[in-house]
Design a protein around this ligand. Structure first.
Ligand code: IPM
Ligand code: MG
Length: 371
């Protein structure tokens, strides 16, 4: 299969984690005789530094001519504490979502038994946690009219949804639920917000087309509690943009490591894949960041290309590294391996170069070379 992949490294640890995904994708291409062509574009603080624009038009054109986008991370501390900054790295991400029409953000939340000890939750709450959050990504309060009064003492952000925007993401979520445990939970604030009442009405109507899916409705404040109290109750969670932003970060920490989680942002034509973690500037360039969130995002990209065997092999390789203690510093502060070593191990696994009984004594901990 021939595929054109736009690669946007972005800021902070973005380049080093994305490079591991490219290594793994190249290994997949060699093993399965595919041809992946990469084209690189700038976005985020690096793009502001070089061009003054967080999403240069050239990057957008590269993306529009590709089959999918692989993205690293965005954000730089110099913008975080400056509310008056007119140009911000995050504008690049919001613009690319809008321009590429990426209306659904999909974040799977699964726990790994070998990492239960890292979770802030008790072990008995973590077994069988396997849910997926569908967040509407191009509407709502993120993209409504923003106003600041002339005397700068009053501000507003409009939250607007049209039923078409609700329907398209809802169809995707229902279809996923049909392939899973067939439970969809709509998270909203229908006791207060008009937009939420529209979401409920639309979902109630669509539910008739998906009679095999059980639909639950949950207020977002309660959902925030339930994700901590009983996360295994969820299968597919569907919600609007802002609620999705908040609960998906909450859900991500129960797994024990933010560094492990991938995401996909899907549109009608294009899709973008990125780890859910941020740019982690303190770790940038140190070869210590966890590349697995990015590598699993690349696996989601392969699923999107209908290359399910290939995607599954990457997930198996990831499971193998975790189960054998080949982990980065965020997971084990004492015995850890570098970003590039984890990338190489996963590549080796994909290319069948892992001996069935590996001798860990022969590997250098915290170095990128395997001897
Ligand atoms: C995310 C991020 C973004 C968002 C920021 C960086 C604009 O938090 O992808 O969840 O709020 O959508
Ligand atoms: Mg977020």
């Amino acid at each position: 299969m021939d595929k054109k992949i736009a690669v946007i490294f972005g800021d902070g640890i973005g380049p080093e984690v994305t490079q591991q995904s490219i290594k793994v994708l190249d290994a997949i291409a060699r093993q399965f005789k595919h041809n992946f062509k990469y084209q690189y574009g700038l976005m985020g603080a690096v793009a502001i530094d070089k061009t003054g624009n967080p999403l240069p038009d050239e990057t957008l054109q590269i993306c529009l001519k590709s089959d999918a986008v692989l993205f690293g991370a965005i954000g730089h501390p110099k913008y975080d504490n400056d509310p008056s900054a007119k140009v911000r790295p995050e504008q690049g991400l919001l613009k690319i979502r809008k321009e590429l029409g990426l209306f659904a953000n999909i974040r799977p939340v699964i726990t790994y038994t070998s990492l239960h000890y890292l979770s802030p939750l008790k072990n008995n709450r973590l077994e069988n946690v396997d849910f997926i959050i569908f967040r509407e990504l191009t509407g709502g309060i993120y993209f409504g009219k923003k106003q600041l009064s002339d005397d700068k003492t009053e501000a507003s952000d409009d939250c607007i949804y049209h039923r078409d925007e609700i329907e398209r993401v809802a169809h995707l979520a229902f279809q996923y639920a049909q392939k899973r445990r067939k439970v969809l939970t709509l998270v909203d604030k229908a006791n207060v917000l008009e937009t939420s009442r529209l979401w409920r009405k639309v979902i109630q109507e669509l539910a008739k087309q998906y009679a095999d899916v059980k639909v639950d409705y949950m207020f977002v404040d309660n959902a925030a509690m339930q994700i901590i109290l009983n996360p295994k109750q969820f299968d597919v969670v569907l919600t609007e943009n802002m609620f999705g932003d908040i609960i998906s970060d909450e859900a991500s920490v129960i797994t024990g490591s933010l560094g492990l989680l991938p995401s996909a942002s899907i549109g009608n034509k294009l899709a973008l894949f990125e780890p859910i973690h941020g740019s982690y500037p303190q770790a940038a360039g140190k070869n210590i960041a966890n590349p697995i969130g990015s590598i699993l995002s690349a696996a989601m990209m392969l699923d999107h290309f209908q290359l399910h065997t290939e995607a599954e092999l990457i997930r198996e390789a990831v499971q193998w590294t975790l189960a054998n203690g080949f982990v980065t510093k965020d997971i084990d502060p004492i015995n850890n391996y570098s970003t590039s070593t984890i990338g190489e191990l996963i590549t080796d696994y994909v290319e069948n170069r892992i001996p069935s009984k590996i001798n860990k004594e022969n590997m250098i901990i915290s170095k990128s070379t395997i001897i």
